[in-house]
Write a protein that binds this ligand. Structure first.
Ligand code: ZN
Length: 310
């Protein structure tokens, strides 16, 4: 196991886009600044989707500009297509991810593109990145969404995921990430799929898992990923966002619980868990009544747990 594990906070994107209320730009900035100050080194701050589709993300360019002023923070965004990637590059994001649904029916329903059209889109974005001067190229990642199952198609065959991961890398993506968009994953499946994709595209081309805690298996899936050499995990403060497919269920895995588990296991996140409490308070104040999840925020850390000094 690697000793340093990176946590990529995705709440400002995945969490906020999943709730109908719009968080104010000032509250987003306060959240991101406080979380960076707590030691989080990568935050997905928004999404370059048309504001008519997701008004929650309308201020993404302004948020990127602000986040870039925070020392030591890698500023990530989600881009749905080439147009979004153009906006991400113009804004100066350090990293951009495009979701590539492993379920072709889900892809057609969501972005009206079949797999071949998506691979073309990935190639076009990769070419645009490659044409930029060195030092101005964002890290370009492809998120293999619905990799652990789809609400339309059910299970997706492993060999289909492996083949599409290979196509994404061949099209010029720097990295792929396995995403449990629907919260279907279990630890045995995580182990099997991480191993298969790493073997196909190269171990250094798959470092990240994007997990949800819809069915309570989020942290178990993290441990399975750790054992297969995964070094970055996406999570969201308070598991913000819920799941549109499972009313009442939490969203992404909870950042607070994830930090606690990793630190308790002797791995290093560089994150001061006590200061995450301040971040949680900012979110609770900005979105009164919005459910925030997590066990550690309620129970506190156990006696003898040594938190990271910031
Ligand atoms: Zn997600």
């Amino acid at each position: 196991m690697t000793t340093h594990i990176r946590i990529s906070e995705v709440g400002p994107r995945d969490g906020l886009q999943s709730i109908s209320r719009v968080m104010s730009t000032d509250a987003k900035k306060a959240w991101i600044a406080a979380e960076a100050a707590a030691g989080v080194t990568e935050i997905e701050v928004g999404s370059f989707v048309p504001p008519s589709l997701l008004p929650q993300m309308a201020d993404t360019a302004e948020i990127v500009a602000f986040a870039k002023t925070l020392p030591g923070l890698d500023v990530a965004v989600l881009v749905p297509n080439l147009k979004g990637a153009e906006r991400a590059i113009k804004a100066g994001a350090h990293k951009m991810s495009i979701p590539f649904s492993m379920s072709e029916s889900h892809s057609i329903r969501n972005v009206r593109k079949d797999h071949a059209a998506m691979v073309e889109q990935i190639a076009a974005i990769a070419a645009m990145v490659a044409a930029l001067p060195e030092g101005q190229r964002p890290h370009f990642e492809v998120g293999l969404s619905t990799a652990f199952g789809c609400t339309i198609e059910g299970p997706i065959p492993d060999d289909q995921i492996v083949r599409l991961a290979e196509q994404a890398i061949a099209a010029g993506a720097a990295e792929v990430c396995l995403s449990d968009t629907t919260g279907y994953a279990n630890p045995a499946q995580v182990r099997r799929l991480v191993r298969a994709v790493k073997a196909a595209v190269g171990a250094d081309r798959l470092n990240t898992l994007h997990l949800h805690n819809t069915r309570g298996l989020g942290l178990a899936n993290v441990v399975a990923g750790l054992e297969e050499g995964i070094t970055t995990f996406d999570s969201s403060m308070g598991g913000l966002g819920g799941c549109p497919f499972a009313p009442g269920a939490s969203g992404n895995i909870v950042t607070e619980d994830l930090v606690f588990m990793l630190e308790a296991m002797g791995l290093h996140t560089g994150i001061d868990i006590a200061r995450l409490g301040d971040v949680r308070q900012i979110i609770a104040d900005a979105l009164p009544g919005e459910p925030l999840y997590g066990f550690v925020p309620d129970a506190g850390v156990p006696l003898g747990f040594e938190r990271v000094a910031a």
